[in-house]
Unconditional design. Structure first.
Length: 318
């Protein structure tokens, strides 16, 4: 869907982005992660030509973006900004209608699409007449996403979309967005400086430093098979928590020997170790039943057995 080839951006003698190449498959979420000033936001902006590249090529759905009218290009790409980027003098209804009106949609079609997105994003219709200063940070972020999704673009760009929210709201909104069916159909490139956010949202992560790509891979690949010392050290401070969130109960299924009664609550084998431990603690349980839907089989685990299996997997199986 998105192909970036030998892309560069220079500001004077400084190379903000230095000859990078990557591909984002249709329906995939690629997160650009890295140090401050590493070039991730500049890279994102070059995809929809908010910043013009100094060299290289970008294609979206087989079409060279540099050969297209920038305004028309942007109408077909959703863009979610840090701090939501809402116009203070536009109501929610006016904000959501911006791109559809540029695309010459009729009012009936705009109203129908608005209603669908309000329901999916848990925004009451009464909010349509409100202005940004009358909304909470989380509500503003939902409106910003609604604006980006109104024309149902195949590609969505997200620049520190949750960065302005407090930690509790941020975690809640992030979980909600991840499960939104609208996003599951999109090809997404997302910029964040938050490692936990990257690992939670990404199918693959592109880790950057000083304008260059250090490694592209799944969260598990970056954790367990780092390309170099920089990649390993970048994740060191949060390594254990990231590993617990990355390794699933399915990963431990063949090696773990869990015992007990089946008369305990169930959790899906697709859940992470972190989710399983949290489930045990939150519900004050000694054991949990791991259910594998594909084979309709189950195993039981307590916290001690779970952590033992995890560290065995980490040592021999990762």
């Amino acid at each position: 869907m998105i192909v970036v080839e030998h892309l560069s951006k220079h500001f004077g003698k400084t190379a903000a982005v230095d000859d990078i190449s990557f591909e984002v498959k249709e329906g995939e979420t690629l997160v650009l992660l890295g140090t401050s000033g590493c070039g991730k936001t500049t890279t994102l902006k070059m995809i929809n030509r908010l910043t013009e590249p100094s060299g290289g090529r970008i294609s979206v759905n087989g079409k060279d973006v540099l050969a297209q009218n920038p305004d028309r290009l942007r109408r077909g790409i959703g863009y979610v900004l840090q701090n939501n980027g809402l116009f203070p003098h536009y109501s929610v209804a006016e904000t959501m209608a911006i791109v559809p009106k540029l695309l010459k949609w009729g009012q009936t079609k705009i109203n129908e699409r608005t209603k669908i997105l309000l329901e999916k994003l848990h925004l009451p219709e009464s909010y349509l007449s409100l202005y940004p200063n009358e909304l909470s940070g989380g509500q503003q972020q939902r409106v910003g996403l609604a604006r980006a999704l109104m024309a149902d673009p195949p590609v969505l760009l997200m620049d520190e979309a949750f960065g302005a929210l407090d930690p509790i709201t941020r975690a809640s909104i992030r979980r909600e967005f991840k499960n939104l069916d609208e996003l599951k159909r999109k090809t997404i490139v997302m910029v964040t400086h938050d490692v936990q956010e990257a690992f939670e949202m990404a199918d693959r992560i592109c880790l950057m430093d000083a304008g260059k790509i250090k490694q592209i891979g799944t969260p598990a690949e970056l954790l367990f098979n780092p390309a170099d010392a920089f990649v390993a050290s970048f994740l060191d401070d949060q390594r254990l928590q990231l590993e617990l969130k990355t390794v699933s109960l399915n990963d431990l299924w063949d090696d773990a020997s869990f015992t007990g009664e089946k008369s305990v609550p169930e959790i899906s084998a697709a859940s992470s170790i972190w989710e399983a431990v949290s489930f045990l603690q939150k519900n004050n349980l000694k054991q949990v039943c791991i259910h594998q839907p594909k084979t309709n089989s189950w195993k039981l685990v307590n916290a001690e057995e779970l952590m033992h299996a995890f560290f065995t997997h980490k040592k021999f199986g990762s």
